[in-house]
Design a protein around this ligand. Structure first.
Ligand code: NAI
Length: 710
């Protein structure tokens, strides 16, 4: 049963959503058909005076079924879906009977739009409930009339931020924003809905926007306030998205055009915009990577089966530096007891002070209570004594990036641990299989690569060494989940996956500079392509000194196999000759004046004079983005990454690869493999063999294979 239909003696019909065979109540073809039938029945029944829509499950309705959204590929198919959806909504609001949405739990997207089509919205004071229109976050717009009804209900100026930022509000905040009419105790929800229908229902069975003389609250679109909202809004949008994200622009367009006409016409405007977005590459990419990919990773879909879930109580962290302190902070927030160890009590205490400062700031901002702060602070025990590691379920090593030192602390820590405890290294560059040689039990040795700042960054790259057991991998994944972070699992290799691919972006920026491309063009192209930061600015942030050190270590390890490139020349020049080490040193590609904003160092023009002929920005963007996809394919070819979706999730969460492209593999998928191969052949002819498409791609192009289903 999808919709339970009951009618009371008082003439109030109740339509209760209850999709028993789905994980949650969602809008799909089946549930819409069932609901439509129930709603028509209620409207047609002369005994029925008013209708309550509610749910028998913890949530109200969480939105459209995204599997269905991914599956509908063609515009006519999408138009059929959205036409049915609008007919359903209009059927409710123009049927002549009053409908109340009794919002018992989360009402998002199409679920909240259904509530908008009702004549009143009453929400339960359920602390877990979230209300809003978050479609923009997956590249869509609210396609069930949300862009039309919300501005007609609360005004354009109030509605736009809800639509453009996709905010999810608690019932109390939704009430304050005018998005629901009442919030009542959960136990009184249905009684209150009933009482309203019996008393006020008949007088309110026509929506305000269907009455003669309706005026948009807050004033019309064509007014001084309206011009200001839309002109400023458009400019801000452009500044933020560089036109890469079509959804927010389409939302503005729906509100602008749709709110100057009647609701029926407005809905048609919305339908057209929705269909364009929903069949477009950006939405498909975002739904696949941001929704399905991250959800599957969080559910540990790659976890080896048959291993009991590990519970974590006490974690040891070796090294209380930048990373160790951040990991300690995250672990304490996840409810674990933390032993934070460094070479001296002072250094350990300094690491703890970092976590303390994070929490103190939250208390100051009113986001944490003093009692909670004290509870968290008590969980971290700073020490220089390895004996304190006794009883730890897992140890995370984050000492200096030095093989001998890491080996020493591995031995010292293992001496204190139970034989089953997991030993994880947070190394960013050293292969795990080699580090595991210092371990007395390499099967329990694994890489857990956190990102900086570790208390905030959501990704953990789990690196499986040659000797790492399934059991250890499963338990390490449980640990990442316990920290409320998202894991991807990769196999051992130099730079693993994330650092290796990310460094190609920075490296291509340095290569462009060496070729005489203007630095501003390079960094602007990176940002215009959707990367959070340009490659030169990023090199400064990572530190040129660290980059140079890693490259030298790699050269030493690889010997004759190492091929020096323009990247090495630029790094060495900046570090050795110019002592411009990066942001921390206050100077790198940029100058960082105290208290001022950074600006490109003018001296760059003398060292790498601008070429007379500057490339087109599109070409620079393409080089910066395609190089990442190519390296990702090489990682897949070498078995470092085994699933395309892991690569895409890791890139988006790890270094901010633009979600509209879906990830480095998503970028190839949207372009089409054959087209991508031929683009890269062209780039290789012009810029060198690093752009030559790997055999895996050529083969996939030849055999018409896909990374993702179409
Ligand atoms: P850091 O220099 O801030 O901290 C290292 C800490 O280890 C220092 O506090 C030091 O006193 C301590 N230490 C040194 N010898 C020790 C010993 N024998 N016993 C206990 N503690 C000892 O370095 P950071 O940046 O925190 O890096 C730590 C590890 O994390 C490195 O392996 C690095 O490659 C890796 N990593 C760093 C990232 C970053 O963005 N900085 C990102 C991901 C991994």
């Amino acid at each position: 049963m999808t919709i339970d239909y009951t009618t009371g003696a008082d003439g109030i019909a109740t339509l209760t959503w209850n999709m028993a065979d789905a994980p949650m109540n969602v809008l799909n073809e089946r549930s819409m058909a069932a609901f439509g039938e129930a709603a028509r029945k209620a409207v047609a029944d002369p005994q029925v005076k008013g209708v309550i829509i509610t749910s028998a499950r913890p949530e109200f309705i969480v939105g459209a079924d995204l599997n269905m959204m991914l599956a509908i590929e063609d515009a006519p198919g999408m138009m059929r879906f959205v036409t049915d959806l609008h007919a359903l909504m209009r059927g409710i609001e123009t049927g002549g009977k009053s409908f109340v949405a009794a919002i018992n739990g989360t009402a998002l997207g199409g679920g909240y739009e259904l509530a908008l089509a009702c004549h009143r919205r009453i929400a339960a004071d359920n602390p877990k409930a979230l209300i809003g229109l978050p479609e923009v976050g997956i590249g869509l717009l609210p396609g069930g009339g949300g862009t039309q009804r919300l501005p007609r209900m609360i005004g354009v100026r109030n509605a736009l931020p809800m639509l453009l930022e996709g905010k999810k509000l608690t019932p109390a905040k939704a009430l304050a924003a005018g998005m629901v009419d009442e919030v009542v105790p959960a136990g009184e929800l249905l009684a209150r809905a009933r009482a309203w229908l019996l008393k006020d229902g008949a007088a309110n069975a026509v929506q305000p926007w269907d009455r003669k003389g309706f005026k948009l609250p807050g004033g019309p679109v064509q007014s001084p306030a309206g011009y200001e909202t839309f002109t400023a809004g458009n400019a801000m949008l452009r500044e933020k998205t560089f036109g890469n994200y079509p959804a927010p622009a389409a939302i503005m367009s729906c509100v602008y055009n749709g709110c100057q006409v009647d609701i029926e016409t407005g809905c048609k405007v919305e339908m057209r915009e929705f269909v364009k977005l929903a069949v477009g590459a950006e939405a498909k990419n975002m739904i696949r990577s941001l929704f399905f990919g991250i959800t599957a990773a969080n559910k540990l879909s790659a976890r080896p089966q048959g291993v009991a879930t590990a519970a974590y109580r006490k974690v040891g962290i070796l090294g209380a530096g930048m990373m160790g302190a951040g990991i300690a902070c995250a672990a304490a927030e996840a409810g674990l007891d933390v032993v934070l160890l460094d070479t001296s009590a002072d250094l350990a205490a300094r690491g703890k002070a970092y976590a303390d400062a994070c929490w103190a700031k939250q208390v100051q901002q009113g986001r944490m209570s003093e009692a909670d702060r004290a509870k968290l602070a008590a969980r971290i025990r700073p020490t220089s004594d390895f004996a304190a590691l006794d009883g730890c379920d897992i140890v995370v090593e984050a000492v200096f990036e030095d093989r001998a030192l890491k080996a020493e602390v591995t031995r010292k820590a293992e001496a204190m641990l139970a034989p089953t405890a997991v030993f994880a290294s947070n190394t960013s560059t050293l292969p795990i299989t080699g580090l595991a040689q210092a371990s007395a039990r390499p099967a329990n040795f694994i890489g857990l690569h956190f990102f900086s700042p570790a208390e905030k960054m959501p990704l953990v790259e789990i690196i499986r060494g040659q000797a790492t057991s399934d059991d250890c991998l499963a338990r390490a994944m449980d640990f990442v989940k316990a920290l409320r972070k998202t894991p991807i699992v990769v196999n051992d290799s130099r730079g693993f996956y994330t650092s290796r691919v990310f460094s190609t972006y920075v490296g291509e920026g340095l290569t462009l500079l060496a070729e005489g491309v203007k630095p501003a063009l390079i960094d602007n192209a990176g940002r215009m392509a959707g990367m959070p930061v340009g490659p030169l600015a990023l090199a400064d942030e990572v530190s040129l000194e660290l980059m140079a050190r890693i490259r030298r270590q790699t050269a030493a390890d690889l010997g004759a196999a190492y091929v020096r490139s323009a990247i090495d020349e630029v790094c060495d020049r900046m570090v050795d000759q110019l002592a411009r080490l990066g942001k921390k040193a206050g100077k790198g590609f940029y100058d960082y004046p105290q208290g001022g904003t950074k600006r490109l160092w003018p001296g760059l023009a003398e060292i790498w004079p601008a070429a007379a002929q500057q490339p087109d920005v599109a070409e620079v963007k393409r080089r910066l983005m395609f190089i990442q996809s190519l390296e990702t394919v090489r990682c897949m070819e070498e078995g470092v990454v085994t699933a395309a979706i892991d690569a895409d999730v890791g890139a988006i969460l790890g270094w901010g690869f633009p979600p509209f492209l879906g990830g480095p593999i998503g970028q190839i998928h949207s372009r089409g493999i054959a087209a991508f191969v031929s683009d890269c052949e062209e780039l290789a002819r012009r810029h060198g063999p690093r752009f030559a498409p790997p055999e895996l791609l050529r083969k996939m192009a030849r055999e018409n294979e896909l990374f993702y289903q179409r």
